[in-house]
Design a protein around this ligand. Structure first.
Ligand SMILES: [Zn+2]
Length: 248
């Protein structure tokens, strides 16, 4: 074992966030660099949907403009069992069948993270068992689903982490994760007991806006209409609540 003291006992950063390389986000790579610099972040695990292009672009940009920022290659993949994050991989994972996906990620010595276990997964217990870490707080997910995720990680003895799941620059720091510095970022994420001093849930408006971006990027007018109708219902609901509060 090395006797060289580790300069920084903790590393702070973001796990699970999206950029313009995702179908439902427009956030630029330079926005990530700006936030990282302003907040003094040590790492960003950028997890665009089904592509490592965002993390590769951020890694290249950081090497030039913010060399202390660590950016592992990562993505959030849509497998046949739901979304799964692969991080610290060399390049894109091709398999979408979960069993094959796990093999391919392990062949690349990557880590597997289970985001929002109770959103979009039919068998979260089984998937979590095969993953290294479980997302026990997601800024876009309901409190009840986050509580269940927390219990799931606890019951399986897995480390939990908080995922910002940011789709907009303003929500990048919704969940800043701190890990003990174990020498490399990979070991620190895996064994460094992640903690998150402050969390900020994403507003429903932001969720709706990312769905509208998705509809626009995918040329899906039906989804756009659905989201606009939902937004309209929320405005009406808000107005009713405000009137009721004013009367009482
Ligand atoms: Zn996500």
């Amino acid at each position: 074992m090395s006797n060289i003291p580790i300069a920084n006992p903790y590393l702070r950063g973001i796990i699970h966030c999206h950029s313009q390389y995702s179908y439902d986000s427009l956030t630029s790579i330079s926005a990530y660099l700006k936030v990282a610099q302003r907040q003094g972040l040590d790492f960003i695990i950028l997890t665009d949907h089904d592509t490592t292009a965002g993390s590769r672009a951020l890694k290249a940009a950081a090497a030039l403009r913010l060399p202390d920022l660590q950016v592992p290659i990562a993505a959030e993949y849509c497998t046949d069992e739901g979304d799964v994050i692969a991080a610290f991989i060399d390049g894109d994972v091709r398999a979408r069948k979960f069993a094959d996906f796990v093999i391919e990620v392990r062949e690349q010595n990557g880590l597997l993270l289970l985001p929002h276990p109770y959103v979009g997964h039919q068998a979260p217990e089984r998937i979590a068992a095969a993953c290294d870490l479980v997302e026990v707080f997601n800024c876009r997910t309901r409190e009840s689903e986050n509580s269940r995720a927390y219990e799931l990680a606890r019951s399986l003895g897995k480390h939990g982490y908080a995922g910002a799941d940011a789709h907009f620059a303003r929500s990048i720091c919704g969940a800043v994760v701190q890990v003990e510095n174990r020498g490399s970022l990979r070991s620190s994420i895996l064994d460094g007991s992640p903690s998150w001093p402050a969390l900020r849930s994403t507003s429903r408006w932001e969720f709706g806006a990312s769905q509208l971006i998705k509809a626009w990027k995918r040329r899906d007018p039906a989804l756009a209409l659905r989201m606009l109708r939902r937004a309209g219902e929320q405005v009406v609901g808000l107005a009713r609540n405000t009137r009721a509060t004013a009367r009482s």
